[in-house]
Design a binder for this molecule. Structure first.
Ligand code: AMP
Ligand code: FES
Ligand code: ZN
Ligand code: ZN
Length: 321
């Protein structure tokens, strides 16, 4: 297989794009694609301050590398979740994120949940009784909350995550099977900010997971291979497997599904279920919440404090940066 651009030996064949490229042309092509989508979906500009949420995985570290290559002004944010899984999952992902930032001269902010608030995510899951003791729900709540607070406290214009096409399509499939109109209306490459919410963008929403793996391997970026131990057996992983089978049989299926969804949305298919919820500032921390009063995050930490005295009396007033 030869590179379409120069005729040298190709290192990757992307059947979904009918395109094979050599190392040099692939490493130039992928950032160009990402920049095209950043501009197409009006995610952010070169003069804006970007907060890149990094997990130590290939998508977020690869994307941070791409943003730097493209000349964007992106600082990183790593949230320490205290997940061990027998192999020190959080410790390793933090070490890899810190090593990456150091090697590339980038600023990384670290918020360690146990250090700041006195309990790890797995502990929170058991004590708070959210998500039937499984950590994923409290983990999501804390990540969303902390991403937003750090973005606002640090005057960032936008918070960027490494969700790739495979992630987006798995969620899309799940939401389509449930006809979850509200979620479908909200799933987008960029969510505008306002009312105390920072803008959120997913520059890899049209990039295949395999394309990110290739980018990191070819760039020599060291990332954590292991998935979160709590993700095992999740519905998302099941949908990813089904979608991979479909993609093998018909290359381009995932991209086609996602792009057609965005077109249908643009044409107004989900307009009637668009989220018009009014947000209120939480009485305690000031972060936006759907019901007046205290937000779910403040209430959750209050419950945990009843059991764990290491939790500060006012977790909302602990400074993050
Ligand atoms: P996941 O939900 O683990 O698939 O991660 C999706 C995206 O969320 C990643 O690409 C990161 O941008 C972000 N993310 C996940 N975990 C963390 C973390 N511990 N700290 C900061 N960002 C994270
Ligand atoms: Fe949050 Fe797995 S429970 S990353
Ligand atoms: Zn080439
Ligand atoms: Zn609150």
């Amino acid at each position: 297989m030869k590179c379409r651009k120069c005729g040298e030996k190709a290192v990757i064949n992307m059947r979904q794009h009918k395109l094979a490229l050599c190392r040099e042309h692939y490493l130039a092509w992928l950032p160009e694609q990402v920049e095209r989508f950043i501009e197409k979906y009006k995610m952010f500009t070169h003069t804006e301050k970007v907060l890149m949420a990094v997990s130590g995985g290939k998508d977020s570290l690869g994307l941070w590398h791409i943003l730097k290559t493209l000349g964007y002004n992106a600082e990183g944010l790593y949230i320490g979740l205290g997940i061990d899984g027998g192999a020190g999952y959080s410790d390793e992902s933090r070490a890899l994120s810190e090593a990456f930032a150091k090697e590339h001269g980038l600023i990384l902010h670290v918020v360690d949940i146990e250090q700041k608030y006195g309990a790890t995510i797995p502990e929170l899951a058991v004590i708070s009784n959210r998500g039937q003791g499984k950590p994923c729900s409290v983990c999501g709540l804390n990540k969303r909350y902390l991403f937003n607070r750090v973005a606002l406290e640090g005057n960032f214009d936008v918070i960027v995550t490494g969700h790739n096409l495979d992630d987006e399509v798995a969620v899309l499939m799940q939401n389509t099977f449930n006809w979850a109109g509200g979620y479908l209306a909200r799933q987008a490459p960029v969510l505008p900010g306002g009312a105390g919410l920072a803008r959120k963008a997913k520059p890899l929403c049209r990039i295949y997971e395999r394309e990110m793996t290739a980018y990191c391997l070819l760039q020599g970026i060291e990332y954590i291979y292991a998935e979160c131990p709590h993700a095992e057996g999740s519905t998302t992983i099941y949908y990813k497997e089904v979608l991979n089978q479909m993609e093998t049989d018909r290359p381009g299926t995932k991209l086609q599904y996602y792009v057609s969804f965005l077109e249908a949305k643009k044409a107004g298919l989900f307009a009637s279920v668009e989220d018009k919820a009014v947000l209120h500032p939480c009485d305690r921390c000031g972060q936006p919440t759907s019901a007046p009063g205290e937000c779910a995050w403040c209430r959750m930490w209050d419950r945990v404090r009843l059991v764990k005295t290491t939790v500060p009396v006012s977790p909302e007033s602990v400074s993050l940066l």
